[in-house]
Design a protein around this ligand. Structure first.
Ligand code: MG
Ligand code: MG
Length: 255
């Protein structure tokens, strides 16, 4: 069931979303060569703690996961697409890092992700990240009253596919509200004009993930969480929580 949010609830979600942006910004600013992923998680956690906010990631334990997620941040390096566990890995020159963070504030959730390179960027990584961001922008632009979920999916997928990239099948965006994952699902590829009609008060996390080689194949690593590309090629991820309003899409996870 899709929960339609009141304007007051959307304002409350904006506060959660702003905190996500602050946590991601703090972690990104700290992400340089030699810094461990665990340290980035500590930095994001401090931002949430200081605001008295909770994490929808920490201790999240879906049926398919062997262990609860142990951090407030997902940190996915190079061939890791999403759900990387921040560990003692120290960032190296040229790494492509994706950070995904959530917050719960006053009972409302926010969810966003960003990808960037550490140290000297490879041009092919810059192009990959740019494409994930452009796909996110296209998805947000399609998140308007009168459109359907399939219009968002189509907009996202077209940007990624026309750049020649793969999309990990089975992964995509989602409704969000009092919990991080709500109906409806927001696929990263689809047919325009299909699926649920978009209404004022729907809040969606839109999150393209792209695989550099063009393959859609992925697997879950032995830690039970990290999703990696099968062929070892790099991946990028971009995400915002977006409210659909009569005045157009509103990004709730901006700074
Ligand atoms: Mg996320
Ligand atoms: Mg999400």
């Amino acid at each position: 069931m899709v929960e339609i949010k009141t304007d007051i609830s959307i304002e409350a979600m904006r506060e959660a979303g702003r905190l996500v942006a602050q946590a991601l910004t703090a972690a990104r600013e700290a992400a340089s060569v030699g810094v461990s992923l665990r340290e980035l998680d500590r930095i994001a956690r401090a931002v949430l703690d200081e605001a008295g906010a909770g994490s929808p990631f920490l201790d999240y334990h879906p049926d398919w996961a062997p262990i609860p997620f142990p951090a407030v941040l997902c940190a996915s390096v190079n061939d890791a697409i999403v759900h990387g566990i921040p560990d003692d890995y120290r960032l190296r020159d040229g790494d492509l890092l994706s950070l995904d963070c959530g917050a719960i504030r006053n009972g409302w959730a926010g969810d966003a992700a960003v990808s960037f390179t550490v140290g000297r960027a490879r041009p092919e990584d810059t192009r990959l990240i740019d494409t994930a961001e452009r796909a996110l922008e296209a998805g947000i632009a399609a998140a308007v009253v009168g459109n359907r979920i399939g219009d968002i999916a189509h907009a996202v997928g077209r940007v990624c596919r026309s750049a020649g990239y793969g999309l990990p099948d089975g992964f995509g965006g989602h409704g969000i509200g009092r919990s991080m994952h709500e109906d409806p699902g927001v696929p990263n590829e689809g047919r325009p004009g299909r699926g649920m009609a978009l209404r004022h008060g729907m809040v969606l996390a839109i999150e393209p993930m792209v695989i550099a080689s063009g393959s859609d194949d992925h697997y879950t690593a032995r830690d039970g969480w990290t999703v990696r590309t099968v062929d070892g090629s790099r991946a990028a991820h971009a995400e915002h929580t977006v409210a659909i309003t009569d005045d157009g899409p509103r990004i709730l996870t901006a700074l």
